[in-house]
Design a protein around this ligand. Structure first.
Ligand code: TRP
Length: 339
């Protein structure tokens, strides 16, 4: 088998290494990656260089989380035989491609990128945007094209980055006169972003509203107990609101029995379904979902040497692939070569 050329479509996706992954990452992307690794040639990028674009003040955090995120991948069932896990900063071809691509995009186009515009606001950069941050869509274009990925699973908020990648691809191919680079399609998850347990739009470790993949049974219980419901639903018999009720959002994301969720929504709206009962139902789904992940995570966390070896091996493989794309592009552009 291994001597045959792998003709399966190529996936590249990744995560900034700013903290361990959580339940939001699991429903939003990790779960589908576990399935996709059987039908695709899948590469997962531990995006430490990209993490530095807004964490340059804390490189130690970024470094430490390379191993954490790799451990999360293995814990959810990413199989290193089927998926290549690699480290962005150890792939110099990505940096060199970024430098070349920067000439095929304008500053005003970067400033107009909707993802970047929102993120600049969220981070309160205002006028002091690090140049590396403004240009990270170009670096991401380098990531995607270096692997010749055609499928890029990303959250909806990142979809404009794939647009921008394809613009760069078209410009370069036009310049060269043939299709050296390939365009990619964003694969946006069907489930929306999972809100934090407090009802805030985003689940994030720094907001303290996340359920981590290593959460203990007690922590899961606490998180569910704290979950935001309908503040006006004071007595069990009162009619309650389903919209904006985090427990229902989670049930929509995790409960496989749609009919049951619909019945519960109707019952809650009518009155007579208490928050405690509702939350118990959600907990009965989350506990068995997270238990095997927690167990596997603890096992891998106890063997950092093994996880590191997986990452090293994947990075070696990714190096070959990305160097080859860079060599092709350098030659197509007629850049100086020592050989
Ligand atoms: N920007 C992605 C995130 O914020 C991480 C990432 C880096 C990525 N390079 C990528 C995603 C290439 C897809 C393809 O999580």
């Amino acid at each position: 088998m291994s001597s045959l050329i792998d003709t399966r479509p190529v996936i590249l996706t990744g995560d900034r290494t700013t903290g361990p992954l959580h339940l939001g990452h699991y429903v939003g992307s990790l779960k589908s990656r576990v399935a996709l690794q059987h039908s695709h040639q899948q590469f997962l990028l531990l995006a430490d260089t990209q993490a530095l674009t807004d964490n340059a003040h804390d490189p130690e955090k970024v470094r430490r989380n390379v191993l954490e995120v790799a451990t999360d991948y293995l814990a959810v069932g990413i199989d290193p035989v089927l998926t290549t896990i690699c480290v962005q900063s150890a792939l110099p071809a990505l940096a060199e491609l970024t430098l070349l691509y920067l000439n095929f995009v304008t500053v005003s186009r970067l400033e107009r990128n909707p993802t970047i515009k929102t993120e600049i606001q969220l981070r309160g950069f205002e006028r002091d945007v690090p140049a590396g941050f403004l240009c990270y869509p170009v670096a991401q274009a380098a990531d995607i094209t270096a692997f010749k990925a055609t499928v890029v699973p990303v959250g909806e908020d990142q979809a404009p980055l794939i647009e921008q990648t394809n613009e760069i691809v078209r410009r370069l191919n036009r310049q060269i006169g043939r299709d050296v680079l390939v365009e990619a399609t964003a694969m946006v998850p069907s489930v929306g972003r999972l809100p934090g347990v407090d009802g805030k739009a985003k689940m994030s470790k720094s907001q303290g509203n996340a359920i981590s993949l290593s959460a203990s049974p007690g922590e899961i219980s606490d998180a569910v107990r704290r979950m935001y419901t309908d503040p006006d639903h004071l007595r069990v018999g009162d009619p309650g609101r389903v919209e904006g009720n985090v427990v229902f959002t989670y049930l929509d994301a995790f409960c496989k029995d749609r009919q049951l969720v619909d019945d519960m929504k109707a019952h809650y709206r009518r009155g007579g379904l208490g928050d405690v009962t509702l939350k118990r139902h959600l907990e009965d789904i989350l506990q068995p979902l997270l238990a095997p992940i927690r167990t596997r995570r603890a096992r891998y966390a106890a063997e950092p040497g093994y996880v590191m070896e997986v990452v090293r091996e994947g990075t070696r493989k990714a190096r070959e692939r990305t160097e080859s794309t860079l060599a092709e592009l350098r030659s197509a552009l007629g850049l100086f070569s020592l050989i």
